[in-house]
Unconditional design. Structure first.
Length: 364
């Protein structure tokens, strides 16, 4: 069996994210974009992956088509470790994170999809024995910058069955609004997306202590200032989460050993796919650090994360990006919006598949 074709498919999806029509604020994104990776073999076995998307899709697609795909053609898709090692070594000059790493992540996920289909097992069963039917999810809200809208979206998430809420806000009024809306018993986390110095982040941690936050996520700029993270971790009354911007096992070693991060958040569509995620998870577990995968995805990346959690992280939750898409081009069965839980697919490979009509409709 050899790889005969590699495709990168950019889908741009219209969406709504639970703000009133009268609101003057927007997320700044006209669409939410994802990059699907499709690998075809000469024996007709098809594998699907997902490379980190959003605003990077066009660049990552170019990297896949011009750098990565030509190196995959003719290779045996069953020898995942050897192929991924070869690709990483040949392409390392183009960066160990960013577009090339995102593309490699999508390739690796697709290879695991193929492996599961060949074995006749869902991916999580390639990694562990217990059968898992479904997993809890937490609602990951987009940034609103408006306390009233934050409150309403938080309430809606709870109404839809989510028992754990994350907001992407940087002001006290919005954090206070979220806590007031969901009440004292529901876990609340805040993702800031790296806006502050260490001192500024510590000041905000003190200001937010009253809101009983489960963690503060990526409060510090730049995201690889491990010494600043260590200072924050030592002094903050709120625990530190980070890792969605890290691109390799080696970066996670530094996040844990130097940065003293309490919750590490590897992203399967960024770090090198399922193969590297397994290594990161096992390293973190050996260090006694909690893994909370980053997964604001809508296709194979979400499905891969579900399989990883089912297999290796029984206490973790699936991050569910809290918006409504015009369509889901892959894995529409993965829907947490009715119960706050996500099914674990039991069919071979990723266990879910593409919606070709949606792909055709929204492909760029």
């Amino acid at each position: 069996m050899i790889i005969s074709k590699v495709e990168a498919i950019h889908c741009a999806l219209p969406y709504t994210y639970h703000r009133p029509a009268s609101s003057s604020r927007s997320s700044g994104w006209p669409t939410i974009d994802t990059l699907l990776i499709r690998i075809e073999t000469d024996e007709g076995v098809e594998g699907w992956g997902e490379a980190f998307g959003f605003m990077s899709c066009a660049t990552t697609r170019r990297a896949v088509e011009t750098l990565i795909a030509p190196l995959c053609i003719g290779k045996d898709p069953r020898d995942i470790a050897s192929l991924m090692d070869e690709l990483a070594r040949k392409l390392h000059n183009y960066g160990r994170t960013g577009a090339v790493a995102y593309g490699l992540s999508g390739i690796d996920i697709a290879l695991w999809d193929i492996a599961g289909k060949i074995a006749g097992k869902p991916i999580y069963k390639l990694l562990s024995e217990p059968t898992v039917a479904d997993l809890p999810a937490y609602a990951s809200l987009l940034r609103y910058g408006d306390p009233g809208v934050v409150a309403r979206a938080s309430e809606l998430a709870v109404e839809r069955g989510f028992a754990n809420i994350k907001v992407h806000e940087i002001s006290t009024a919005e954090v206070a609004a979220a806590r007031a809306a969901i009440g004292p018993g529901t876990p609340l986390t805040v993702d800031m997306n790296c806006p502050w110095s260490c001192d500024e982040a510590l000041a905000m941690a003190e200001a937010w202590t009253a809101y009983d936050l489960y963690w503060m996520e990526e409060p510090i700029w730049p995201p690889d200032d491990f010494s600043a993270m260590a200072t924050f971790a030592a002094r903050s009354p709120i625990r530190l989460a980070a890792g969605e911007n890290a691109g390799s096992l080696q970066e996670f070693e530094r996040l844990i050993d130097i940065g003293k991060v309490a919750f590490v958040q590897p992203s399967v569509t960024k770090v090198g796919g399922i193969s590297e995620m397994v290594r990161i998870i096992r390293f973190a577990q050996a260090r006694g650090v909690t893994v909370a995968p980053h997964s604001p995805y809508f296709g194979p990346g979400l499905a891969a994360t579900v399989h990883l959690i089912a297999a290796l992280l029984p206490s973790s939750l699936v991050e569910w990006y809290f918006c409504d898409l015009a369509a889901r081009p892959f894995g529409g069965e993965l829907d947490a919006t009715q119960s706050g839980r996500v099914i674990v697919p039991q069919a071979p490979g990723l266990g879910v598949g593409p919606d070709y009509d949606a792909i055709k409709r929204f492909a760029q």
